[in-house]
Design a protein around this ligand. Structure first.
Ligand SMILES: *[C@@H]1O[C@H](CO)[C@@H](O)[C@H](O)[C@H]1NC(C)=O
Ligand SMILES: *[C@@H]1O[C@H](CO)[C@@H](O)[C@H](O)[C@H]1NC(C)=O
Ligand SMILES: *[C@@H]1O[C@H](CO)[C@@H](O)[C@H](O)[C@H]1NC(C)=O
Length: 364
């Protein structure tokens, strides 16, 4: 039984067609100028590309001996000699511009043995950058476009983790950083901090350093950024967490992140409320608090100054603010350990930072 009867006169039909054409006109001609710019979305192709990379990294981790023995760094090698297994730190640079503080990072890495770290760079391919040199040369991994208020920053971080997991089984810690981050200590200080305190807690896996907060005034809006009830049943509101975008994860947790498909199904959805859309500040803390909260320190090693933040951007330090006092102040934390990195710094801070690099930043 038809619910609507057909219009009886041609005049009504014409009027109806006219009315119908308004939404179409609106969508094609008016809306693009009124709505905010379109956000990047995760396509099926993107997901499949990533999945095949993740699968490789997962199967390598299941088969390789060094990866499994990361819990206990100095054991016998496979050849039976008592050579020491030296775990490495994988530095993951996530950028959509030149790495402004490359000379400072060069100094940071120059003070140590190349066997103790690896570098991986994810650079948005749509933005031309100066090819990095020195220890950063040829470190750009296959990258895709990234954009704020979209899940692409999460994808990029997962791509970095997978690439580093796959590349070197000795990578034991994975430090995500960006072009606006600077080191607050020497490499050796960081290395000793990450690996030596574990000796006191034998048989324990390494802790991950990621901020995990369950309370924040805008959490409800952020939870519903993809629409109401969209996150359930995978993530209930009581399971939804917030934390800083930059973290240092253990190998076990890096693997957990690329193994996850359940939460990603939800976090990869585009936001309908772009104002509250910060997937990269929620995906990692939520996932890790669900899979292994005990294995997380719940603190980040990267200091951020949220005082007077504007549009979700933290305070950006400018050259007049750079001083040895600032470095010392930024290191101080409420935890039992000090901050190792800080953001955000404007590119022109490079020169004043280089001036105090050896006398302050790398002196500890
Ligand atoms: C690194 O140190 C070596 C000497 O140890 C020096 O020759 C080289 O210029 C340094 N490189 C940078 C980028 O500082
Ligand atoms: C944080 O930023 C505010 C300005 O937004 C500044 O007054 C304050 O000194 C900064 N704190 C630190 C520790 O740098
Ligand atoms: C330490 O905690 C106090 C009180 O919660 C807070 O005001 C301060 O900003 C914290 N300092 C750092 C370095 O996080």
């Amino acid at each position: 039984m038809p619910i609507l009867s057909y219009p009886s006169s041609p005049l009504i039909l014409t009027l109806l067609l006219l009315l119908l054409s308004f939404p179409i006109l609106f969508i094609f001609f008016l809306a693009p100028s009124l709505l905010p710019p379109r956000r990047l979305t995760i396509t099926t192709t993107d997901d499949l590309d990533d999945l095949s990379l993740f699968q490789k990294a997962i199967s390598l981790s299941q088969s390789s001996t060094p990866a499994k023995s990361h819990h206990r760094p100095s054991t016998k090698s496979r050849l039976g000699s008592t050579s020491t297994f030296r775990p490495k730190i994988a530095f993951l640079f996530l950028t959509n511009s030149d790495l402004y503080f490359l000379p400072l990072w060069h100094l940071f890495f120059n003070q140590t043995h190349p066997n103790l770290y690896n570098i991986y760079i994810h650079a948005d391919p749509s933005i031309p950058i100066t090819p990095p040199t020195g220890v950063f040369a040829d470190k750009i991994i296959p990258s895709k476009r990234t954009q704020r208020s979209s899940p692409t920053l999460v994808s990029a971080a997962r791509r970095l983790l997978a690439t580093a997991l796959l590349h070197d089984p000795a990578n034991a810690y994975f430090t995500l950083t960006s072009q606006h981050c600077i080191p607050l200590h020497s490499f050796n200080h960081l290395y000793k901090f990450l690996f030596n305190i574990r000796k006191l807690q034998k048989n324990l896996d390494y802790l991950s350093y990621i901020e995990i907060l369950s309370h924040s005034p805008i959490l409800w809006d952020r939870y519903n950024a993809r629409g109401e009830n969209v996150m359930t049943p995978e993530v209930g509101f009581d399971q939804f967490r917030v934390g800083s975008q930059f973290f240092t994860l253990s190998r076990t947790h890096a693997l957990k992140v690329i193994e996850d498909r359940r939460l990603w199904r939800k976090f990869k959805l585009p936001c309908i409320n772009v104002e509250s859309c910060y997937p990269e500040e929620h995906y990692f803390p939520t996932l890790l608090s669900m899979v292994d909260l005990e294995g997380c320190s719940k603190y980040t090693l990267t200091r951020v100054n949220w005082t007077d933040s504007v549009n979700g951007h933290p305070h950006t330090y400018h050259p007049p603010e750079v001083s040895s006092e600032l470095i010392h102040r930024l290191r101080e934390s409420n935890s039992s350990y000090s901050y190792m990195f800080a953001r955000k710094f404007s590119p022109d801070c490079l020169s004043p930072l280089m001036e105090i690099a050896n006398s302050v930043i790398f002196k500890d």
